[in-house]
Design a protein around this ligand. Sequence first.
Ligand code: ATP
Length: 265
Amino acid sequence: MSIAAKDISWSVGRKPVLDRVSLMAEPGKVLGLLGPNGSGKTSLLRILAGLRQAHKGQVSIDGQNIRSVGRRTLAQRIAFVEQHAATNVDLRVIDVVKLGRFPHRSPFSNWSAADEEAVGEALERCDMADRSDQRWQSLSGGERQRVHIARALAQTPKELILDEPTNHLDVNHQLSLLELVSSLSITCIVSLHDLNHAAMFCDRLVVLESGRIVAAGTPEDVLTQSLLKDVFAVDARIETSIHHSRPHVQFLPCGLCRSPQFPLN
Ligand SMILES: Nc1ncnc2c1ncn2[C@@H]1O[C@H](COP(=O)(O)OP(=O)(O)OP(=O)(O)O)[C@@H](O)[C@H]1O
C-alpha cells in the first residue's frame, strides 16, 4: 500500500493551499506530481513526508496513520530531498552522505559494514564517488543536488520523496537521475516540471491545479492536449515516442497554435 493521502486540506491563514487531495503511491512505482508554479506540490510533499500536518484529512503509511508512526521509524523509512536544501556547514561530500545513515544508528553503535556499503553505493549511483573528499562549499549547484540525493539513497528508505530533483542538473545527470529513480524497487514520489521526463519515467501521474487534483492516471491518460491547454496554458501536440513508446509532448510556439495546420483536438 505504501503512502496514501485521503482528503488532505491545508491552508495558510485563510488561503487554501491544498483542497481535499487524495492519492496513493504504490510500492515500487514512481508517482509523478505535476502542476504549475504555486499549485501546491511542495506543500503536499512535505505533508506526505510527515514534515507538516494537514489541517484536514489523513496520510497513511502501509495503512497506518502517519501521526501514530514514531519519528525514528519515519526517519528510517522516508527520505525527502527538498527543492532548496542548503547548508552553511562546510562538510566533505562523504560526511553529508553519511548523514543519511543517522536514523539507522544509535549513539553508541559503531560505523558498520552495512553503513559503509550504503554510503559507497549511494555515492556511486549519484556519480559522486570520486568527489567524496571534496568540500561542500566548493561544489556546483548540480553537484550539491546529487549529494543530497546520495544522502537520501544512503538512508535506504522504503519511500523516496523528491521535490524537483532535476533542478540544477545538466541533461545527462537529469536523465541518469530519473533512470536511477525508476530503477529503484522502492516507492518514489517526485515532483517535476518537465512533462516529457514525467511521461518517460513515471508509472502514474497526479496533476495539481490551485491545490486540487485535476487529473490522475497513467502518463498516456493524463498528458492530453486539452489538459496542457487548460492547466498549463500551453499548446502542444502529443505523440507516442517511437523510441520509448511513452507520450512525447511537442510544444507549439504561440504563433503556430492558431494555425489551421495544427487543430487542437
Ligand atoms: N509557509 C507558507 N506561507 C505562506 N504561503 C505559503 C506557504 N507555503 C506555501 N505557500 C503558498 O502556497 C502555494 C503553493 O506553494 P507550493 O510551494 O506548495 O507550490 P508548488 O506547486 O510547489 O510551486 P513551484 O512549482 O513554484 O515550486 C503558493 O501560493 C505559496 O505561496
